[in-house]
Write a protein that binds this ligand. Sequence first.
Ligand SMILES: Nc1nc2c(ncn2[C@@H]2O[C@H](COP(=O)(O)OP(=O)(O)OP(=O)(O)O)[C@@H](O)[C@H]2O)c(=O)[nH]1
Ligand SMILES: [Mg+2]
Length: 241
Amino acid sequence: MKPRVLEVRTRILKKNDELARDMRAAFASRGVFVPNLVSSPGSGKTELLTRTLDHLKTAYRVAAVVGDLATENDANRLATSGAPAIQIQTDNICHLEADMVQRAIGGWDLDTLDLLFIENVGNLVCPTTWDLGEDLRVLLMAVTEGEDKPLKYPTLINTADVVVISKIDLAEAVGFDRELAHKNIQTVRPGIEVIETSAKTGLGMQRWFDYLIQQVARKRDGEESSAAKNLPQATEQHAPL
Ligand SMILES: Nc1nc2c(ncn2[C@@H]2O[C@H](COP(=O)(O)OP(=O)(O)OP(=O)(O)O)[C@@H](O)[C@H]2O)c(=O)[nH]1
Ligand SMILES: [Mg+2]
């Protein structure tokens, strides 16, 4: 019985990878840059994204898709930025899949967008093997989660392009060991870019915006993102669904 389950999962992942490849090509041909925000539940994805949409909308045509098991809360929060936002409800699935995103944005004309943000379901493991056709995988780690998370949950950071340490305004209150956190991140992913932010106080937000704008410019100049390259192959058999 077990080998058959693994076989089915491998086929599903392969199908997802193929669709994600097509979506990545479609985004590229229409000039849409796609960041995918991943993290544990409550790390601050929606807060960061709402501020980001609000900031970028003056210069770029931005929109967002957000996945949660239930409720429309996050799409409603994101929409307060003035940017279009669509909620995907995944019921009992702990990650977004490429076809969910494809269906959600089916009514949008990609030619009218410069950036399409995806906020994944809050989970530090499940989204790892699910390519969504994104250009950039952004891993948020809140100071309230503790410094050891990169060591304990290395899979998602291994597929990320950049780490955002969020809620930096709470660092002192929770006794966040900044040096240790950076050391642990670099132990798992040597050389990865790390940006500290507070979506509440605005600390570090400009650096985050500058980083994003730089990535958009790089894509327009034809440089390939490492998001796709870092993803595990469809034959992966041990990742949780
Ligand atoms: N102090 C502080 N609180 C923050 C910051 N960012 C988010 N929060 C708070 O943290 C809580 C969770 O933030 P969300 O933005 O909902 O987190 P999320 O990652 O989108 O959560 P899920 O979508 O449920 O996984 C909320 O109460 C936010 O107001 C921050 O930079 N500083
Ligand atoms: Mg959220």
